[in-house]
Design a binder for this molecule. Structure first.
Ligand code: NAD
Length: 501
């Protein structure tokens, strides 16, 4: 096994501010400075202080990564899948070995709590497990279609492929893509979020330690220029993107125009429908966990509750549970000062437009932490014409709208631009079934506030929450990063047998 190149382990064992290294690109198995000569501050959002700097890349650095990936690709493509899987088995063991370090790193760069950082890393490990199993599941893709004639399908890698990811899950979202892409035999280039690049850096070192050949996993750090260079690059065959709808939509069209395979996941406004027969305890605790986990900075957060009829007991239960959340312990910080301002504006505008602030998180801070904080907030009597009722807030704010009937609630959900997740809370099987059938969302929860499918079930929304075909994880992910080749062969001795005989 090769020696790791990781500059130094991240030493933090608590939320106390900890400085870290300056971060370069990872290209062809070496750390390289970006060609812009510029560096970006990486802020610990809990403390609002710079923990290190990140090199900024240009199209030249993307080119260098593509060249390194192209060089490494032929040998990796020729490596049997079973051998590729061994690298992922080792990677899983290494991620588990360094779990604590990874969790603290994610917590410090993103502002999540340690427990939420652990959720990020553990879901990343689950994605590695799925990809590492792929060679065991690739059966049945052949058939004797007529006498002496056999058809089979093989899944070939595409070549050099890339992933562009958001700030909210620094380990999990890269691992939605990289393990499947690499297991399929591709060489992968990751463009992490410039706000949280350290998780990817640690992954690069672990991939190398796991024995992945240099050039198969590369990291290019940067912003828009770097993303556009990836999307435009003629030698990058597929791009997976996860981020806001605004960017997803533009990149999807831009990449597709070059003939690339594109899959771009976007923003969300997840509706959670609550009917009067719902269990008070289960519903209120689930909704609170869903709305305020990761300070609401989750594309699967339930951000809009649709209260059907009289569900006041559940609303009271939610408000009670929200008041118990300890800022800084149970809930982390907001990613940046700009995000904090944006979220506050949603609350203020809703209040001005007539919404009732049931629980007010404005002005809440964590003593001595500095950083960007908003306490959990509940807005009641929100309407769809308020920005809080129809736009993605991406913060610790639950908006409650009221309808008289389930039918009205479902029709209201259908009006949403986004359709990532939706949920229903009920004790009635018939209501649950109706909602599951009719809610317009890629992922639906029944008495589950965060209906993120566990592997091997795939992740992806509908409508403006996703541009492109298929989902980003599970079998869909593997298919996105590969192309099916159908081989028809005839070895029959009889010369008069045709392929139809
Ligand atoms: P973002 O769109 O600002 O950034 C995502 C990536 O795009 C980053 O790597 C960034 O460098 C790049 N980028 C930003 N602006 C760009 C531009 N103008 N041109 C080219 N590239 C650009 O998203 P974010 O703020 O990092 O993440 C939050 C968003 O991501 C939310 O909308 C959230 O719902 C969404 N998200 C969606 C999913 C999903 O599965 N659907 C998962 C996680 C996050």
């Amino acid at each position: 096994m090769q020696k790791p190149t990781m500059p130094q382990p991240f030493a933090a064992k608590s939320y106390a501010f900890t400085e870290y290294v300056n971060l370069k690109n990872w290209i062809g198995g070496a750390w390289k400075e970006g060609s812009s000569g510029n560096w970006l501050d990486i802020e610990n959002p809990r403390h609002g202080k710079t923990m290190g700097k990140m090199t900024l890349s240009t199209a030249k650095d993307v080119d260098a990564a593509v060249e390194a990936a192209k060089k490494a690709f032929p040998a990796w493509r020729a490596t049997p899948m079973r051998e590729r899987a061994q690298v992922l088995f080792r990677l899983k063991a290494l991620m588990e070995r360094d779990l604590d370090e990874l969790c603290w790193l994610v917590s410090h760069e993103n502002g999540k709590t340690y427990a939420e950082g652990k959720g990020d890393v553990e879901k990343g490990i689950e994605c590695v497990e799925f990809a590492a199993s792929l060679h065991m599941m690739a059966d049945g893709g052949q058939l004797d279609v007529s006498r002496g004639v056999n058809c089979r399908v093989t899944h070939e890698p595409l070549g050099v492929v890339a992933g562009i990811v958001p700030f909210n899950f620094p380990v999990m979202v890269p691992m939605w893509m990289a393990p499947n892409a690499i297991m399929a035999g591709n060489a992968f280039i990751l463009k992490p979020s410039e706000v949280v690049p350290y998780g990817a850096m640690k992954l690069a070192a672990l991939f190398q330690e796991a024995g992945l050949p240099d050039g198969i996993f590369n990291v290019v750090n940067g912003q828009r220029e770097c993303v556009e260079a990836i999307v435009d690059h003629a030698d990058i065959k597929a791009v997976g993107f996860v981020g806001s709808t605004k960017v997803a939509k533009i990149l999807y069209a831009r990449g597709a125009a070059t003939g690339k395979r594109m899959l771009c996941l976007g923003s969300a406004k997840n509706h959670v429908v609550v009917v009067p027969d719902a269990d008070v305890q289960l519903t209120s605790t689930n909704i609170v966990a869903s709305s305020y986990g990761c300070a609401g900075q989750r594309c699967m957060a339930s951000s809009l509750m649709v209260a059907v009829g009289d569900v006041q007991k559940i609303i009271d239960g939610i408000a009670d549970n929200v008041r118990k959340i300890r800022l800084g312990e149970d809930m982390g910080s907001i990613i940046s000062g700009a995000s904090r301002e944006r979220i506050l504006k949603y609350i203020e505008d809703a209040q001005k437009a007539g919404a009732k602030v049931l629980v007010d998180g404005r002005g809440q801070n964590v003593d001595g932490a500095g950083g960007h904080w908003i306490g959990p907030t509940v807005l009641d009597n929100v309407t769809l014409d308020m920005p809080a009722g129809c736009e993605e807030i991406f913060g610790p704010v639950l908006s409650i709208v009221h309808t008289k009937t389930l039918e009205e609630a479902i029709n209201l959900q259908h009006k949403s631009l986004y359709a990532n997740g939706a949920a229903i809370f009920t004790t009635s099987g018939a209501v649950a079934r109706t909602a599951a059938d009719r809610l317009e969302a890629g992922m639906v929860g029944i008495n589950v506030g965060v209906p993120v499918p566990r592997e091997p079930f795939s992740f992806g929304g509908f409508n403006s929450s996703k541009f492109g075909h298929g989902d980003i994880t599970g079998w869909d992910g593997f298919r996105f990063w590969s192309r099916p080749k159908k081989v028809t062969e005839k070895w029959a001795a009889a010369s008069d047998a045709s392929w139809m005989s």
